[in-house]
Write a protein that binds this ligand. Structure first.
Ligand SMILES: Nc1ncnc2c1ncn2[C@@H]1O[C@H](COP(=O)(O)OP(=O)(O)OP(=O)(O)O)[C@@H](O)[C@H]1O
Ligand SMILES: O=C(O)c1ccc[n+]([C@@H]2O[C@H](COP(=O)([O-])O)[C@@H](O)[C@H]2O)c1
Length: 216
């Protein structure tokens, strides 16, 4: 089983999450892609709405897009949502699965600040997508990490068909259709009554309106 995981604060979830997740599922021939809202984001001071609201919006998106599934493993953990801890738990729960942790370039550039980040490569592959406004400096240590671990989609698919396949440790850069969207921009637009209709799924817009979220 080859499972992609897009972890996020999803405050709120938007097309910059949904569209890359769908494209990656198709391009990497993954069996499933899970959207995994965190509870206590390790690197954010706070969230703007409750965990339950963020969770509900992700649930609604999963109903609208059957290619995506909710993973709520972090929701009930009352400690920071460290990805290494989550992946250790998932590996125990699904010993046969290979996990592909999906992240945008902003997350990848900041990866050395993550809790026990190097252990990630013992637990999963990383799928790296471009994000407008974020470029990896060519002489940076993370560029070197990428050079050492980069695998093409063709190599990956070849490896998947092989019985002695790698289950972790590769970085797979994926060319996706760029989405110039952030949750920050959406929150600001809601507050100033600007149009957000092209940035999120209709179910998320309805939810934000019904619950008067991000108004101040
Ligand atoms: N537009 C985008 N393109 C590619 N990746 C994205 C995009 N938006 C978010 N991501 C990735 O999705 C994951 C979760 O992001 P997150 O929920 O923090 O959204 P965000 O838009 O960055 O939020 P905020 O603006 O509040 O910081 C991260 O790995 C991030 O890199
Ligand atoms: O493990 C860590 O130290 C760590 C640090 C920052 C972010 N993460 C995870 O990375 C994902 C994206 O985070 P964020 O803050 O961009 O929403 C989400 O699943 C976070 O829990 C994880």
């Amino acid at each position: 089983m080859h499972i992609g995981i897009l972890g996020g604060t999803f405050d709120p979830i938007h097309f910059g999450h949904i569209k890359p997740a769908l494209e990656i599922k198709q391009k990497l021939l993954l069996d499933e892609v899970w959207l995994m809202p965190n509870h206590i984001p390790p690197h954010k001071q706070s969230t703007n709405i409750t965990t339950q609201h963020r969770l509900k919006m992700v649930q609604d998106v999963c109903l609208q897009y059957p290619q995506l599934q909710l993973c709520d493993i972090e929701i009930n953990r009352d400690t920071p949502s460290y990805t290494v801890v989550t992946l250790q738990q998932l590996k125990q729960a699904y010993p046969q699965a290979s996990f592909y942790f999906i992240m945008g370039m902003d997350s990848f550039i900041n990866l050395p600040s993550w809790h026990l980040w190097q252990q990630l490569f013992e637990l999963c592959h990383i799928v790296l997508c471009q994000r407008p406004g974020w470029t990896l400096p060519p002489d940076s240590p993370m560029q070197q990490v990428l050079n050492q671990r980069a695998t093409t989609i063709a190599q990956l698919i070849d490896n998947k068909n092989n019985t002695s396949q790698n289950t972790h440790g590769d970085i797979i850069p994926v060319d996706i259709c760029l989405q110039n969207i952030s949750s920050t921009e959406i929150r600001q637009k809601v507050q100033s009554n600007q149009d957000i209709s092209k940035l999120l799924a209709p179910c998320t817009i309805n939810y934000i309106q019904q619950h008067h979220l991000y108004r101040r």
